[in-house]
Design a protein around this ligand. Sequence first.
Ligand code: FAD
Length: 447
Amino acid sequence: MAKRLVVIGGTAAGLSAASKAKRNMPELEIEVYEKSGYVSYGACGLPYFVGNLIHEPEDLVSLTADQLRTKRGIPTYIHHEVTAIDRVAKIVTVSNLDTGDRFERPYDALVIATGAVPVLPPIPGIHAEGVHCLRTVESGIALKARVQCGAKKAVVIGGGFIGLEVAEELALSGVQVTLLEGEKRLLTFLNEEYAAEVERTLSAGGVSVHTGCPAKEIILQSGRAAGVLGADGCVYDADLVLVAVGVRPCADLARAAGLALGYKGGIVVDEHLQTSDPSIWACGDCVQMRNLITGEPCYVPLGTTANKQGRIAGGNLTGEDGCFRGVLASQVTKVFDLYIASTGLSMEQARSAGFDPACTAITKGDRASYYPGGGDNHLYLVFDRHTGRLLGAQGIGTASVAGRINVLVAAITSGMTVSQLNELDLVYAPPVAPVYDPILIAASQAL
Ligand code: FAD
């Protein structure tokens, strides 16, 4: 059994692993190394910090490094980067980024939870001053400072969740926002109709959306970003540019240590989150994942997964036998007053996975028609034409759409057909749901 645990990365996955291991084995000596200046923070709240709905960076933090040491008994070091792993000697090399000191620490068990890094499109000017990414608290502070220093115009490159959330927050802060998306629609996992509704909502909120328009160049003035040239030949002026075209696993350390890497360069782990080295576990955005429906490798970097995987890795390295079987890519967000949620496969994904999929879409009020308030839920189901097995679901509308997609997550996970979905004994009361829930309406239409 391990006596000394070293954890690399001090946020969702790393600290979930450290906390679980400490709870299971209080005598375990643990050290957590984090290269940024913050640990245990909610990156998911960063767009709302930029929009000043959340005022201070500290508000995003659950436990500081000091609190982790004193309250949880987990010595945690910020501004400390692990620069090498010697798997034979079971030693990591750590660099103190404040002092420049380097030192070595032994481990019996090692958890790699190094997360992900933003992808930067290889276009001229991408490294210029005024071009931002949003990933760490520091990057949020820099972006917010730019907004608060009076940025008037912003270009957001990328129409995924993060790009949309930040576009919304910048627009609400009074910044004139242009959003450039290279694909033909925003949130490409959504069906065309729902993606178009998201685009309409953004436009109504003052965001100028250009789809099918990848950024070609960052236009510079005196060395700093002053605009973005789109593939349509237009230059969109900007005091600040946010690049949000996705992330990739931060796995350089693992690669250098000779660990097996897989899909998109994520660290290969088994169901127990053990890497190709039995003394090393890896979890969160740095690992390759497995799609629960297709069984194929995938990469879906989400906080939900990182927390769960961290907890399982921490349990397993103290002798448990936990499994993480895979992901459905269940996600939710909102832009202005439109809530968007999805899980499982889209039609395109289902087709390329070898299914013969069919789909159905319905619109239904989210409570009894005579009860004041509420609004519509638009639900879209993807299912196998021959077996009726549910493969995916998307929803847009009021906040209640998230709960409905969660029901559909359970249905997909348990392998339900649309016929079984149609038989579900779902709740009803006028202020909460209509007597025939939107899920039942969608399921019956799919029969
Ligand atoms: P990270 O959070 O990336 O943490 C890894 C840490 O390791 C980093 O702090 C890094 O500095 C550190 N590190 C890396 N290399 C080293 C090294 N060599 N030495 C020491 N330290 C190192 N997910 C959701 O589920 N829902 C959401 O609504 C949502 N919204 C998001 C909004 C934004 C703006 C962002 C950026 C992400 C969002 N996510 C969301 C994704 C979620 O935040 C991530 O999936 C989650 O943070 C991953 O956790 P992690 O611990 O694997 O990696």
